[in-house]
Each structure stands twice: as C-alpha cells, then as structure tokens.
Design a protein around this ligand. Sequence first.
Ligand SMILES: NC(=O)c1ccc[n+]([C@@H]2O[C@H](COP(=O)([O-])OP(=O)(O)OC[C@H]3O[C@@H](n4cnc5c(N)ncnc54)[C@H](O)[C@@H]3O)[C@@H](O)[C@H]2O)c1
Length: 241
Amino acid sequence: MNDSSRSSRWPATAIAACLHVTTETANLMRTLKAGGADVVLCASNPLSTQDDVAAALVEEYDISCFAIKGEDHDTYYSHIEAAVDHKPHFTMDDGADVIGVLHSARREQLGDVIAGTEETTTGVIRLKALELEGKLGFPIIAVNEALTKHMFDNRYGTGQSTIDGIIRATNVLARGQRSSSSVATAGSAVVSRPAHAAWARHVIITEVDPMKALEAGHGRLRGHDDGESRQDRRDLLHRHR
Ligand SMILES: NC(=O)c1ccc[n+]([C@@H]2O[C@H](COP(=O)([O-])OP(=O)(O)OC[C@H]3O[C@@H](n4cnc5c(N)ncnc54)[C@H](O)[C@@H]3O)[C@@H](O)[C@H]2O)c1
C-alpha cells in the first residue's frame, strides 16, 4: 500500500513529542512518520538540542521541529505551546512538560488525548503526584519504570553523561583525582553512581528516603578499578530477583 492510499483510509494520528532533539530521537520521529503518524517535535532540554538535526527534520523529512540549542525560558515554553497546538492524540514526554501544559493552560484538549509516554524519573514523580490528586487526564506509560530504562539508561547512559558534564563544567583532569577528591550528591540517584566510582575517595550523600540512605551508607558506594562500584553490582543482582 502506498502512502496516499493509507492516508485516505485512516486519518493520521497526531503525536506531540517533547524529547532530546538528537539523532536518535530524529530517527524515532522518522519511524513514526513512516508508520503513518503526523508528528511534531520540541525539545525537552534546550542544552541537548542539536541544531543541525532539528534543521534536517524540517528540511529533509518535512517533520515540524520546534527547538533551538540554548533557547531561553520563554522560547522553550512557546515551543511546547506550538507542539500542543498540534492537537495531539498521543504525547511523548521527557520531564512531563507537554503533559504539564495540557493539564494547566490547555485543559480543554485533555479529552482528545488517548495516551502518552513519560521517559524520566522527574516526569514520573510529577505524574504520580497528579494521579494521587485524581487529576491525571489520560493514561501514561511510565517508560522510566521499565527496568531496562532505569537500570541501564539512567545508570550507565546518563551516568556517563554526568561524568562528562562535570569534566566540561570544571575542566578537571579525572586521572589522579580519586586519591584526593570528595563528591557530594543530593540523593543516592543511580545516575550519580558512576561519578562516585570515577572520582570518589570521600562520598557525601543527602537522601530523603531512610532505606536508601542506610543502603548508601552501608555500601559506601566506593569505586573499583573497573569504574563500577561494588554497591552497583549488589543493587543490580537484588533488583533482578
Ligand atoms: N538528562 C537526562 O537524560 C536524564 C536521564 C535520566 C535521569 N535524569 C534525571 O536524573 C535525576 C536522577 O534520576 P535517577 O533515575 O538516578 O533517580 P533515582 O530515583 O535513582 O534517585 C533519586 C534519589 O533522590 C532522592 N531524593 C529525592 N528528593 C530528595 C531531596 N530533596 N534530598 C535528597 N535526596 C532526595 C530519592 O529518595 C532517590 O533516592 C532525575 O532528576 C532524573 O529525571 C536525567
């Protein structure tokens, strides 16, 4: 079946995605479009936007993309509004910003949305709060709750980005730091553990969850030569059971 006969039989499903505007996301958008969806993309984080990717989506693939690297607060939210203007049947979020606008300024559109996905820890926390208040307007797949996302993407993918971010922000040479450095983190987040392992001789963690605080203190989260802490391995085994 060619594209024109498909679109004449079924109206296109509108999808508003608010994700990191990178090559990986661009290929997801191309795939959704090839499957018949009418997609728009905006950025979930202005600092990760790849401007050449945003331009290629518009110029080469005819996919609307609202994102500029380093965009300011007002531009960021005007881009989310533009994605919501698309009248989505499905949403895809990384931080719950599209869902947030739909539940505040655009409540009249809530009934048109069939379902959505939420990628990250922070977004899932925001959505669970909405659900507890009985205010969640449509069902959401909490992608972050998939063990393959939380345990691998957060721990190793974002975990590596955390180290990269610290190096870029401070311009320090990692080699030799472990013998003298202290690392302090708010929360015993899995995304911070590779940074503990890479640098930490002294680890200071503030934690609101008493069991996680106990676990972090007990395991000491100390690094090993292969860059992975013993505590990481113990968590991995424990959560698999
Ligand atoms: N930029 C990205 O690509 C990306 C990817 C993954 C995760 N993240 C973000 O990284 C952060 C951590 O994610 P994670 O999956 O590692 O989280 P996690 O659930 O493993 O850990 C978060 C910890 O913080 C603790 N905490 C919550 N409030 C606190 C407070 N006020 N003081 C001290 N501790 C507190 C929680 O009890 C929990 O143990 C989140 O904000 C998440 O959205 C970003």
